[in-house]
Design a protein around this ligand. Structure first.
Ligand SMILES: *[C@@H]1O[C@H](CO)[C@@H](O)[C@H](O)[C@H]1NC(C)=O
Ligand SMILES: *[C@@H]1O[C@H](CO)[C@@H](O)[C@H](O)[C@H]1NC(C)=O
Length: 388
């Protein structure tokens, strides 16, 4: 008997030819031109038709998402490339020189800076973010809802933990918005609704023309020196995306440097709208960190997986099992068992399999290292998460 895999790899015709061909040499004369499949309807063909073929079809069905992703270079074109702006920085170089290196002039006084986020449940990321940016932010603006983007009721995590954030109190504009809880609606609609509310909250917080506004998710953290540069230099683009290093689960797993959604705007009343998609071609290199699924507790992973704008990716209830999630975090594998979202076969293949460990905690937010014990799970060698 041939191993089963042998059949899987062959086209129907080829197998047919083989089965018939063998017979033909043994009894050269008599064989008529009957369809091969009936002549050779022996055990092998039977197994092939009624076991192997259905198994293949079932396999394709189970992995259809993977197959589509793998074939992405065929059905999808890469978006227009960004215009990459080189980024110059060293702590010992004067602001005047830094601005000049970017082709910008230096201002007499810095712009005011607003940092606005829609908050879900990322309390640790929020602490790291706010401490990183604190010296340069005029006003922190935070909006939270009692509904996730996918319409699931959620506690007001920020409000319930606000004593942790006493240090920003004098510079914080907080807003709460009630969810609409529309069943079966596309999660992007609720997301857009919350972002519009954030626009209103920003005006309430007193933002004015030419103030800098950071638009990013909580886990997309611009580095402090980047924001300092942008507030001090004149002639920076009106809208500028920030290229951030992409991390997964912790700062130990560096995926790539392709996070681009975060942006910085010179505010224009009546024109600037809060959003989280591509607004312009300009992209400033090496401007911070994006740590996805960087949670302390396993329960936060399951919460995020359900609340996420891509709920459709949770295909099996088994996906939410604690032991499975813990295992995946330690391996640097994918929570949704998906293939990389890339546009060339070279990049897809290059990224297959788990993310390798970097063993590096260099050039990370300073607050993270100053409180390394508290945020141990975000640093190299600590992939075990707390239950509950
Ligand atoms: C930065 O400048 C100070 C004072 O000019 C100097 O002592 C120090 O060595 C410099 N540090 C680096 C890393 O170049
Ligand atoms: C959400 O908040 C709104 C506004 O405060 C409130 O009317 C509503 O009852 C809340 N819903 C849930 C499920 O907590």
């Amino acid at each position: 008997m041939m191993p089963e895999g042998y059949y899987m790899s062959k086209k129907t015709d080829a197998i047919c030819e083989e089965v018939c061909g063998e017979e033909a040499t043994q009894s050269v004369s008599s064989m008529s031109r009957l369809p091969c499949i009936f002549r050779g309807m022996d055990l092998k063909a039977f197994i092939f038709l009624f076991v192997v073929v259905p198994l293949c079809i079932f396999g394709v069905y189970l992995h259809s998402q993977k197959i589509t992703y793998f074939l992405r270079p065929i059905w999808d074109r890469a978006p227009k490339p960004f215009h990459d702006i080189p980024h110059y920085y060293h702590e010992n170089v004067s602001m005047e020189t830094l601005c000049k290196l970017h082709g910008w002039g230096v201002r007499e006084s810095p712009r005011r800076v607003y940092d606005a986020v829609v908050f879900n449940n990322e309390l640790d990321m929020l602490s790291i973010r706010w401490n990183e940016l604190y010296p340069y932010i005029t006003e922190f603006v935070l909006l939270e809802s009692n509904s996730t983007f996918s319409g699931i009721p959620k506690p007001l995590f920020f409000k319930n933990n606000k004593e942790q954030f006493k240090y920003v109190e004098s510079r914080l504009t907080y807003g709460m918005i009630g969810g609409r809880f529309k069943k079966g609606e596309n999660p992007f609609v609720e997301e857009a609704y919350q972002r519009v509310a954030l626009d209103r909250l920003l005006r309430f917080a007193g933002i004015t023309d030419d103030d800098l506004l950071i638009m990013s998710d909580v886990d997309e953290i611009p580095s402090a020196h980047t924001i300092n540069l942008l507030r001090w230099c004149d002639d920076i683009p009106r809208v500028l995306h920030l290229r951030l290093k992409n991390y997964l689960y912790s700062f130990e797993f560096l995926v790539d440097d392709k996070s681009w959604r975060a942006s910085v705007h010179r505010y224009q009343t009546g024109k600037t709208r809060y959003a989280h998609y591509r607004r312009t071609d300009d992209l400033l290199a090496d401007a911070g960190w994006h740590c996805s699924f960087c949670f302390r507790h396993i329960s936060e992973f399951t919460f995020k997986m359900k609340a996420y704008s891509h709920v459709d990716r949770v295909k099996f209830s088994d996906f939410l099992k604690h032991s499975r999630i813990q295992d995946i975090i330690c391996k640097g594998a994918d929570l949704f068992d998906m293939l990389p979202e890339e546009y060339t076969f070279k990049e897809i293949i290059g990224k297959l399999g788990p993310v390798p460990r970097s063993y590096s905690a260099v050039h990370l937010p300073s607050y993270l290292l100053q409180n390394a014990e508290k945020y141990k799970y975000l640093l190299p060698g600590n992939c075990l998460r707390e239950r509950g």
